[in-house]
Design a protein around this ligand. Structure first.
Ligand code: AMP
Length: 408
């Protein structure tokens, strides 16, 4: 399947060609024709599947050229996702005269008001700040013909559904709506029934699976040795850029300090950091100024960070869904990646629940020549499937697990 077969406008095809996309991903091939046709679409797809282009390309195609008033509204749960989606829209709209606006909290109102005054075709927004502007009368949404509710399950988790409803009520009734969500819990089903018109559902891949492009393994270790193992892994594994996920903000700060002490260019991102610091960390990581991004779950969902070769879980995620989401940071779209999870005896129950959730045992591996102290996790019967262990020594010894770097 080629992009040119989907019915998109030439300006979109040019943008896609410039971005180097060779062929549509499954969610793009599935959703684009329906959105072009005027259908409401529910996209149930994992993060990193190319879903932004799946809605942005057909909507931009239909908007075609600049006209007064916002005609497309995209709601995002977090500022980071709003920024990322906005940047994608700008790239896809490069060969049009369409104007894309970005509305999110934590920054001043002035520029956003000016943008709204100038007239935007597409507004990418987080709900709270958009409601502020609506309250002030700085923007009207009755001309909105295309509504996108992105990462709807995340909006639910963050308590935004009432805000989303208020915003949807202000949008034009004669509109086309799309909703994207990794999972469809009952509250989202209610929202769908209420806000959408005869939607078609496009489900890509099993919702619980880890992307096929990710090689993920577990590193059993005594709790006290986690810092040393992390440092050794970063010395010995062949990697280019890594995200290290921690459970708490405190752990994240500690790991950030540990990595800096070990001469890694690291930055940290969590909810106690100011918006400015978070943006700088993310930008610095994307540009290559930082090689490691230490993060709590705030960065786990949806954030598109290109070319992450490794995801490292310093703590086993508490919820199995977070495991799938966290390691979704690598192996995105068409590339592949590695995900390593450090786990200690106290986290064995979480590991078991992840394995139940994804329906598979995750391979346990050891770093060769690391001065491991004993942990019960090393007992034979707890070290996973025999097939994984038989070849373990040789494979680890040769560095087999650590694929070649992919940053070009
Ligand atoms: P998304 O799921 O929208 O966050 O996209 C994940 C990543 O895949 C982004 O870096 C996109 O630029 C990239 N991407 C999206 N569509 C394609 C495609 N058809 N071919 C290659 N890369 C893509």
């Amino acid at each position: 399947m080629l992009f040119s077969e989907l019915g998109l406008q030439a300006a979109m095809l040019d943008a896609v060609a410039e971005l180097g996309y060779k062929e549509p991903t499954p969610i793009q091939a599935g959703a684009i024709p329906h959105i072009l046709e005027g259908r409401d679409v529910i996209g149930s797809a994992q993060t990193g599947t190319g879903k932004t282009a799946a809605f942005a390309l057909p909507i931009l195609s239909k908007l075609a050229s600049h006209a007064p008033g916002p005609r497309c509204l995209v709601l995002e749960p977090t500022r980071e996702l709003a920024v990322q989606t906005f940047e994608n829209f700008e790239k896809f709209a490069k060969f049009t005269n369409l104007r894309i606006g970005l509305i999110y909290g934590g920054v001043g109102y002035g520029k956003q008001r000016d943008d709204l005054n100038r007239g935007m075709d597409v507004i990418v927004a987080t709900p709270g700040r958009l409601l502020d502007h609506l309250g002030e009368g700085a923007v009207r949404l009755d001309g909105v013909k295309f509504l996108v509710l992105d990462e709807a399950d995340r909006m639910l988790d963050m308590g935004f559904l009432p805000d989303v409803r208020r915003i949807v009520l202000k949008c034009g009734k004669d509109r086309q709506s799309s909703l994207f969500s990794a999972t469809i819990p009952p509250a989202i089903e209610t929202l769908i029934t209420w806000a959408m018109r005869d939607p078609i559902t496009i489900e890509i891949g099993a919702r619980r699976s880890v992307a096929d492009t990710v090689k993920h393994v577990l590193y059993p270790v005594a709790e006290l040795q986690k810092p040393a193992l992390l440092v050794s892994l970063l010395e010995r594994v062949q990697w280019e850029s890594a995200i290290v996920f921690c459970r708490t903000r405190r752990d994240a700060d500690t790991v950030d300090a540990l990595l800096r002490r070990n001469n890694h260019k690291a930055a940290v991102i969590h909810s106690d950091r100011s918006q400015k610091d978070r943006e700088q960390a993310l930008e610095g990581f994307k540009s290559g100024k930082y090689e490691v991004l230490v993060a709590t779950d705030i960065a786990a969902r949806g954030l598109d960070i290109a070319d992450v070769s490794h995801v490292i879980n310093y703590n086993v995620p508490e919820h199995p869904e977070d495991y799938v989401h966290r390691i979704g940071r690598t192996g995105r779209a068409m590339s592949s990646g590695d995900a390593l999870t450090l786990f200690c005896a106290g986290e064995a129950a979480q590991v078991a629940s992840i394995e139940r959730y994804i329906g598979k045992k995750v391979e346990r591996v050891k770093l060769s020549d690391f001065p491991y102290t004993y942990t019960a996790l090393f007992d034979e019967d707890k070290l996973g499937p025999a097939t994984g262990r038989k070849t373990l020594g040789a494979r680890v010894g040769k560095g087999y697990f650590f694929g070649p770097s992919r940053r070009r």
